[in-house]
Design a protein around this ligand. Structure first.
Ligand code: ING
Length: 303
């Protein structure tokens, strides 16, 4: 066995006017709780430095850009990087990234994995952007990720970090089987996924009442069908009037939920994950080399 003790650091709401410094203090507090429980790795939610700003239509680009980080690390998050390095704990951080790239300004919904030495070992930019580019009539809250971000351009990389094949995805990505399969084909052993999931995403109560079920269903399926651990971490509760789901959880390669959050607040959930657990599935049921028939799947990439 090869044990990675992972902590899902679920967050309660972040207020619109909550400073990054105040938020970072919450993140450090949870890092210390996780360390006390023997965690090697702490996983924070999507966009964990600010409120979920895509719920609002903003005309002024400077206002939009105030929600983004221009460098990472930066003065606001340095205390977290220092606390993690001192505690010899790795962490996964979700944030809005404003980058100067290919001669232009690019904006992504991003997550990084920082190792125990404080190095950024892996970076991911959210591929599946839900919602809309233009405000929609009749919505109490908008969902304008397609307006404020562009689709990620880094693919779904899997890297050996902290002696584990690690992969990242963000929120809506977890609903798409392709997300896990692209990483599964790279022999991923643990997928880290933060999310901010409003319960009123579609205007249909019959679907919205299943928000929690669809959340766990997506990650249980992804874990089992690719024989990988999945760590799903919410920022939730009622944030600026918008209700978002919580139930952060840790999913084993069997598809079983081995630990889950019980509150809608900041809450640390830990589990000692044996990274060898997926091996038996990959040698039998999900032996991709022996059983997959890619020629039969061409439609998936031909659109
Ligand atoms: N949020 C939501 C998510 O995919 C959503 C959007 C909610 C889609 C409910 C479908 C159903 O969890 C983000 N940020 O992607």
């Amino acid at each position: 066995s090869r044990i990675m003790t992972v902590a899902a650091a679920q967050m309660g709401p972040i207020a619109r006017d909550e400073s990054r410094q105040a938020v970072v203090a919450r993140l450090i507090d949870m890092l210390r709780q996780a360390k006390d429980r023997g965690a090697d790795l702490v996983v924070y939610p999507e966009l964990c430095l600010t409120t979920f700003f895509p719920r609002w239509m903003m005309e002024d680009q400077d206002e939009v850009d105030s929600w983004f980080e221009r460098t990472m690390p930066n003065p606001a998050v340095n205390p977290l990087f220092e606390a993690a390095r001192e505690s010899e704990v790795g962490f996964c951080l979700g944030y809005a990234e404003l980058a100067q790239e290919d001669g232009g300004t690019r904006r992504f919904n991003t997550a990084i994995l920082v190792d125990k030495a404080g190095r950024v070992a892996l970076k991911y930019r959210k591929v599946h952007l839900p919602g809309h580019a233009e405000p929609q009539e009749g919505r109490k809250f908008q969902h304008l990720e397609k307006r404020y971000f562009e689709p990620g351009n880094l693919g779904f990389p899997v890297r050996r970090v902290m002696d584990a094949n690690m992969g990242l995805c963000i929120c809506n990505d977890r609903r798409w089987p392709e997300t896990y399969r692209v990483m599964g084909l790279q022999d991923v052993e643990m997928v880290l996924c933060g999310y901010n999931t409003p319960t009123d995403h579609v205007q249909d109560p019959a679907i919205n009442r299943l928000s929690d079920f669809h959340n766990h269903l997506s990650m249980q399926a992804g874990a089992y069908q690719n024989a990988t651990w999945v760590v799903g971490v919410a920022k939730g509760g009622v944030e600026e009037g918008s209700e978002m789901i919580t139930h952060s959880a840790i999913f084993a390669p069997s598809g079983e939920i081995v630990a889950q959050a019980a509150t809608m607040e900041d809450e640390v959930v830990t589990f000692a994950c044996d990274l060898e657990m997926g091996r038996k599935y990959k040698e039998t049921i999900f032996n991709f080399a022996a059983h997959r028939e890619p020629d039969a799947y061409r439609l998936i990439v031909e659109r």
